[in-house]
Write a protein that binds this ligand. Structure first.
Ligand code: NOJ
Length: 567
């Protein structure tokens, strides 16, 4: 891997040696670029049609050349995959379909040698129903210690035939399922994902041990799933009707989202990470997936809680200068108030890819659009153009950026997957009214040809469209106009011009939200984004990078972005 490092980064100004991922207290996460790998769909090393750890190792050179700082790997644990691995059957192993613990050790060693850190997904809100604890709970009697590890309760009604309350699951339907003996278990997601009872000290101790297990194996951090959901109101009150289950996270004093009790758990984990970091001399971090009210988010980022938290504003924000500026200001102010740094993301494995979202008319409900269409309203070229501009916006902002695999290729959502291949529980649980999230999980194209465009040697678990060949890493490498080369250059320039460049100052001269233009400066570096489609003048200086060529008279024709060094 040392060779890969040299090959990949030799042109980066001021970077003659790889950053040392074992250095302590570097706080690298404050401005890192983190690349999310959805392991099923990244690279298939053994030719069974499913991505795996061997595949990730074999493709590390791509990540080195991209110039990222860390990889976040979505769950790789043994799992029946009823929710793509977020249904964990054993927290201390790797799923055989993805490889073994030895493969994980080898990946971590290779990544570290290349200067890349590894963050893994921790799923503490629920286990799989195949987890030995839940198997024991099912077989045990009501009131037994085995049952007390989960949220298992008697039902309402004369014979307990009604669920304990009216809560609904995020994926649709009741959040309660009845056990054969008549008690009910809570699952905020799929019925295959029973919620743990976080008032139980055994549960708390178990997750402390799991953290230590993976730290011991060499990982550098944790992305914590449903970080805002662990603690429930013990009275389990009914919920008033809300718009949708995730929107309900915005309701105050909600009985299962964002309760004060979660902070005590977070502080316990943070103490573990801090102690392990001090003892091992290796940076450790944790990042929260917390869908909470923006005003509540900073609480998760206090100095003894999460190092950082995802900020989902850009995942939901339309392509609009005013809305995006407001999202930037909100995130910067929130993080600053508690001494943390902002995070930015445009896509992940749960949402329609932004190259497609940005090609849809404003206010399209893109989750419904996947199934209901009309699909002809999609302007894919416009979506890609906006996505390229958005990449330059994100990579110039203070804080860290999370990239979802394939976004560096400008991959679109595969909205036309045939319904008989759909795997996401959302499809069944919504009674076929929502296609779900498979369209952003289609395996990555590496080569122009081949049975799965280089993903593996024998097909892919979800069908890839023919257009994927021309979007492959092979097709884009060396093409200076490609989205991949744009990302490679942007991430390299980010290191030399944006990291440590200081606070963001909006330019009142160039930012005109009513004309859909945003412009900010950080030190000597300037970023201008033209959200509209009229050409605009760019600030004086040397143009470092543009998402589209400037016009003959040096203006920026939107949608597009440019980076400039003042001079
Ligand atoms: C959030 C994850 O990102 C999503 O993929 C999963 O379905 C839910 N949490 C439940 O674990």
């Amino acid at each position: 891997m040392a060779d890969l490092w040299r090959t990949g980064r030799r042109n980066i100004p001021g970077m003659s040696t790889p950053p040392n991922p074992t250095a302590s207290n570097s706080e690298w996460w404050r401005n890192g670029v983190v690349y999310q790998i959805y392991p099923r769909s990244f690279a298939d090393g053994n030719g069974d049609g499913t991505g795996d750890v061997m595949g990730i190792r074999a493709r590390l050179d791509h990540l080195v050349q991209l110039g990222i700082d860390a990889i976040w790997i979505s769950p790789w644990y043994p799992s029946p995959l009823l929710d793509g691995g977020y249904d964990v059957a054993n927290y201390r192993d790797i799923a055989p379909r993805f490889g073994s613990l030895d493969d994980a050790r080898a990946l971590i060693a290779d990544a570290h040698a290349a200067g890349i850190r590894i963050i893994i997904d921790l799923v503490p809100n629920h286990t799989s129903w195949d987890h030995e604890w839940f198997v024991a709970a099912r077989n045990a009697a009501p009131g037994s210690p085995e049952r007390h590890r989960y949220m298992i309760r008697p039902g309402r009604g004369t014979n307990g035939e009604l669920p304990p309350n009216n809560w609904t699951a995020v994926f649709g339907g009741s959040a309660w399922t009845r056990l054969p003996d008549g008690e009910w278990y809570l699952h905020l997601f799929d019925s295959s994902q029973p919620d743990l009872d976080w008032t139980n000290t055994e549960v708390r101790q178990e997750f402390v041990d799991i953290l230590r297990f993976w730290i011991d194996l060499g990982v550098d951090g944790f992305r914590v799933d449903v970080a805002h959901g662990l603690v429930k109101d013990p009275a389990l009150p009914d919920l008033a009707a809300t718009e949708g289950i995730l929107e309900s996270a915005l309701v105050e004093n909600h009985p299962h989202w964002d309760r004060d009790g979660v902070h005590e758990i977070i502080r316990e984990w943070r103490a573990v990470l801090d102690a392990e970091q001090a003892a091992r001399g290796r940076d450790l971090m944790m990042v929260a997936e917390a869908w909470v009210h923006p005003a509540s988010l900073p609480k998760y980022l206090r100095p003894d809680e999460y190092h950082q938290s995802f900020n989902f504003d850009f995942l939901q924000c339309e392509w609009d200068a005013g809305l995006m500026r407001a999202a930037v200001d909100r995130a910067l102010a929130g993080a600053e108030a508690v001494g943390s740094t902002a995070t930015w993301a445009l896509s992940n494995h749960d949402v329609v890819r932004h190259a497609t979202r940005y090609g849809l008319p404003p206010e399209t409900d893109w989750r419904a659009w996947l199934l209901d269409g009309p699909h002809e309203v999609l302007d894919a070229a416009l979506g890609l153009r906006r996505a390229r501009a958005a990449a330059l916006l994100l990579l110039a902002l203070p804080g860290s950026t999370y990239l979802y695999q394939g976004e560096e290729l400008g991959l679109p959502e595969v909205y036309d997957l045939p319904v008989d291949v759909l795997d996401d529980p959302v499809w069944e649980n919504s009674r076929h009214t929502r296609k779900g999230r498979d369209g952003c999980r289609v395996p990555i194209p590496w080569t122009v040809g081949g049975s799965s465009f280089g993903f593996g040697t024998d097909g892919a678990w979800l069908p890839q469209p023919a257009r994927f060949g021309s979007l492959s890493v092979e097709a884009q490498t060396g093409d200076v106009d490609s989205t991949l080369e744009l990302h490679r250059r942007a991430i390299a320039l980010r290191r030399s011009h944006w990291v440590g460049a200081g606070p963001l100052e909006w330019s009142s001269k160039f930012s005109r939200e009513e004309e859909q233009v945003l412009c900010f400066r950080r030190g000597e570096a300037i970023c201008i984004v033209n959200f509209g489609d009229e050409p605009v003048a760019v600030p004086a200086g040397t143009v470092m990078l543009t998402s589209e060529p400037l016009t003959a008279d040096g203006r920026l024709l939107g949608p597009a972005a440019a980076w400039i060094t003042a001079g």
